[in-house]
Design a protein around this ligand. Structure first.
Ligand code: PEP
Length: 251
């Protein structure tokens, strides 16, 4: 059966020293509990190797927030999937709406990134989600379906089974405006149906679909209680060990 997962997305926050401190705090807090979900932190590239050295990855998974769409070579400033993997990290967030919006990531570049991530044994946390206008004009289900089809449906069923999906309505990210648990459930159930139509019910039932967008300790329980919500991708609330743990223990 599919995994329950809570993953933090630190974005471009924390200096190296602050980040190592935060990772240590989360790692320490996890020693005192038996979480009913997998716990992951996705951190800036610069933080990966030092954090890999101080956490127990049996209890706290480590991931990057992006990787390059080329394997290696003359791409100044880029960080490849192989480089990420060489730090000891095992996850990578791909297609976050901030990358689609500010860095022009398209489904074509994302297909390349997913392929490279998988080649390097990184588990992609693949983000999808509609903007406010698409929510309001009623096209949100179609928009998300297209993102999944274009970004992922070139994969074999075997490779698709290695993907974690994160539904993040863009209007809810960092805005304090959470999707209601019913809005999240409607979309998550729809995503599972779209996957079932392509890869069959078993693959769909085994795919973890996380919710992201202003998820916090106070609303996590209700969201995670929905049958198709398998956890959360957490931005702001993952920057404080206590609030992140408040979400982890919502399961
Ligand atoms: C995110 O960007 O992945 C996210 C969910 O952010 P926040 O929790 O801050 O809305």
């Amino acid at each position: 059966m599919r995994k329950k997962i809570v993953a933090g997305n630190w974005k471009m926050n924390t200096t190296l020293q602050e980040g190592v401190g935060l990772a240590k705090d989360v790692n320490e807090a996890l020693k005192g509990v038996t979480p009913q979900c997998d716990v992951i932190i996705a951190v800036p590239f610069t933080h990966l190797a030092p954090i890999a050295d101080v956490i127990d990855q049996q209890k706290l998974g480590l991931g990057a927030e992006n990787c390059a769409d080329h394997a290696k070579g003359a791409y100044t400033g880029e960080v490849s999937a192989a480089m990420v993997a060489s730090t000891g990290a095992t996850y990578v967030i791909l297609g976050h709406s901030e990358r689609r919006q500010y860095y022009g990531e398209t489904s074509a570049t994302l297909r390349d990134k997913v392929a490279l991530a998988l080649e390097n044994r990184l588990t992609p946390i693949f983000c999808i989600g509609e903007v406010l206008e698409e929510r309001e004009n009623g096209t949100y289900l179609d928009v998300v379906k297209t993102q999944i089809e274009e970004g992922l449906f070139n994969l074999s069923a075997d490779d698709f089974s290695k993907i974690i999906l994160a539904y993040e309505p863009v209007w809810a990210i960092g805005t304090g405006k959470t999707a209601t648990d019913d809005q999240a459930e409607e979309m998550h159930a729809y995503i599972r149906k779209v996957i079932a139509e392509k890869y069959g019910q078993e693959v769909a039932d085994n795919t973890s679909i996380l919710y992201g967008g202003s998820c916090k300790p106070s609303n996590a329980k209700a969201l995670f209680a929905k049958p198709n919500v398998d956890g959360g991708l957490i931005g702001g609330a993952s920057l404080d060990a206590q609030s992140f743990m408040g979400i982890v223990t919502a399961f």
